[in-house]
Design a binder for this molecule. Structure first.
Ligand SMILES: [Ca+2]
Ligand SMILES: [Ca+2]
Length: 602
């Protein structure tokens, strides 16, 4: 602040208020005599760190934005500013507004211009400092409090001491504790208010978001961890597991003990995980927590920019190492990632963040749907009791996919096993009964175009083979398998497995189109395609989530899976055939498609 300048604060109604705040004699000496009006020059510093390149104005029309008609300045070195109020302005009734643009420089981090815009306020009657902290004071004044009431409430909200003076430059005073709180609050303002014109509702939302972190920021020796917690609380998130789910299970391993309990220390919501590791346990003893088949949870939507998991942890001691591992529940050969974080509280809940983007070589590629927790990871177990609750994914609002489910059929995964008697038996359009209720057949717009039609191998049926390049009116051909009953249920399946053969000329070129026809309506179906990769009968797995649904009441795969499936089709469409290698002198090109082996939804 500039106590050495001859700045004037000559406003009506200011003297009694300022005197009431106990401002120093040095500041009071700056005041000129009050008149019944007159212009007022306001000067001070804008900060959380000093911010250069921000716009500041006197918000005469109280819309929390700087309008063209309002006295405006740009902050200079050390965030310094000077603006002059018009004659007659009642500074006790207006606020200063600071618009911090992208690219402004915070002298805390001078080499990294700010990447997020935000706004700050301060009562114009106390203009020496405009900071994230004064923004809270202004918020309370706008909400109906007097200046002194607002200052008292802001101290409480932000965990500041009772004697904190909002008009003192905390940087000049080397008050790093207050500076920490300001940094935290600036983070919240950037995230919750941003460049929008903040109305009272937005300001209060920001304040509410900041409240849980004020005291921790004030007490922190390194505020970066508090900032990270603040950012995590502001980011989109979803609950991976809170242990109250009906499907919640825990599987301890390597000597650790774990169970789900309803009597965790106050602060848990519903059930929580109770964990301990005796000295006899392996250093890597822990527990896998899950909601589905194969110890899975919903697949994490990991990305390079969103790879943080938060957990509520209740530790018996400070400095205990908590490990958290993420891996693929269905594929143990996929790379897994482990992180260790130390507890910072004893006998109290704390939020712990596990940011996998900090792991050297981290890649979000793959499926991560299994979580294991390690108390006293690679420490000698003390047998101390740990509690875990509310495991959340930070940075996305929904899981990528649901936890795994068990394979559909208990006795056999096969819903159809296609085995033919003779070629002739298939050379009809009405199909042929399979063992059980199933029926199979083939179709084409013009089977006369095919050179070879309806053959059979052992354990396999084949439909068309050679097709003419010139008959472009024809779309192709298909093979179907029908359920003779009410249909197959695929509601709990994730994948569709089947086996197709083709001729060698098609390998890597031709595609088969897959069609699932619902039992509800022949128009309601799901389609996908696969590139044929082997001439011999080759097994393929297609994720059901890769299908496109058309013609149904609700055209989503989630809804479609609730319908029963009446028919399975495998088609070779003309657009997906190869017309490069000629198969014979009659002008037919080999584009065969055979179905063999089992057909499985699991
Ligand atoms: Ca304005
Ligand atoms: Ca819980």
């Amino acid at each position: 602040m500039k106590t050495d300048t001859a700045d004037l604060y000559p406003q009506k109604g200011l003297h009694h208020r300022w005197a009431g705040l106990g401002l120093s004699a040095a500041i009071l000496s700056l005041l000129s005599a009050c008149g019944a009006g007159g212009s007022g020059t306001l000067t001070g510093n804008v900060m959380d760190g000093y911010i250069k390149g921000a716009k500041i104005c006197i918000d005469l029309n109280a819309n929390s934005a700087c309008d063209a008609s309002e006295p405006t300045a740009t902050t200079g070195v050390k965030g310094s500013y000077t603006v002059t109020a018009p004659i007659g302005t009642d500074l006790s009734a207006v606020h200063l507004v600071v618009e911090v643009p992208v690219g402004a420089v915070d002298e805390d981090t001078p080499s990294t211009p700010l990447t997020k815009a935000y706004k700050m306020l301060a009562p114009a009657s106390t203009p020496l400092v405009v900071s994230p902290l004064t923004t809270v004071v202004s918020t309370h004044i706008k909400d109906g409090k007097t200046l002194s009431q607002a200052q008292a409430q802001a101290r409480t909200d932000l965990g500041l001491p009772a004697d904190h003076d909002f008009s003192k430059d905390y940087i000049a005073k080397s008050d790093s504790a207050a500076h920490n709180v300001a940094k935290m609050m600036a983070t919240v303002l950037a995230e919750k208010v941003g460049s929008a014109t903040p109305d009272l509702t937005q300001l209060k939302v920001a304040l509410t978001a900041a409240k849980p972190f004020g005291a921790a920021a004030y007490a922190a020796t390194d505020v970066s961890s508090v900032i990270k917690l603040t950012q995590a609380s502001l980011a989109a998130n979803y609950t991976i597991m809170d242990f109250s789910e009906a499907a919640a299970t825990v599987t301890p391993f390597e000597g650790a003990a774990a169970e789900l309990v309803s009597n965790a220390p106050t602060g848990a919501t519903g059930k929580a995980l109770k964990l301990s590791k005796p000295s006899t346990a392996q250093p890597w003893g822990g527990a896998t927590v899950s909601l589905g088949y194969s110890n899975s949870v919903g697949t994490l939507p990991l990305a390079s920019t969103a790879a943080t998991i938060s957990m509520q942890v209740y530790s018996p001691r400070v400095g205990a190492v908590i490990g958290l591992k993420i891996e693929n529940a269905a594929d143990s050969t996929q790379t897994a990632y482990e992180l260790k974080v130390n507890t910072t509280k004893a006998g109290a809940w704390e939020t712990m963040l596990f940011d996998y983007s900090s792991v050297t070589g981290f890649s979000s590629t793959g499926t991560f749907n299994k979580i294991s927790i390690f108390p006293e990871f690679f420490e000698t177990g003390t047998g101390g009791i740990f509690y875990i609750d509310d495991i959340k994914f930070v940075g996305a609002s929904a899981q990528k996919s649901a936890p795994l489910t068990a394979p559909v059929a208990a006795t056999s995964n096969y819903i159809a096993r296609v085995k033919t008697d003779s070629e002739a038996a298939y050379d009809t359009t009405t199909g042929k009964a399979l063992p059980g209720l199933y029926e199979t057949g083939r179709y084409a717009a013009n089977s006369g175009e095919a050179w070879w039609w309806g053959a059979n191998y052992a354990d396999q049926i084949q439909s068309g083979y050679g097709f003419s390049k010139t008959n472009t009116a024809q779309w192709g051909y298909g093979i179907f398998i029908k359920n003779g009953g009410s249909g197959w249920s695929i509601s709990s399946a994730t994948n569709y497995k089947f086996s197709l053969g083709t001729n060698s000329e098609c390998v890597g070129v031709c595609k088969a189109t897959l069609v699932l026809v619902s039992a509800t309506s022949a128009d309601c179906k799901a389609t996908a395609s696969v590139t044929l990769t082997g001439a011999a009968v080759t097994s393929y797995t297609k994720a059901l989530s890769d299908f496109t649904v058309v013609g149904c009441t609700t055209n989503t795969m989630t809804a479609f899976k609730q319908l029963k499936i009446a028919e399975l089709h495998y088609q070779m469409l003309r657009a997906d055939m190869q017309f490069t290698t000629n198969g014979n002198v009659d002008g037919f090109y080999p584009n065969g498609l055979g179905v063999g082996g089992g057909i499985i939804f699991e």
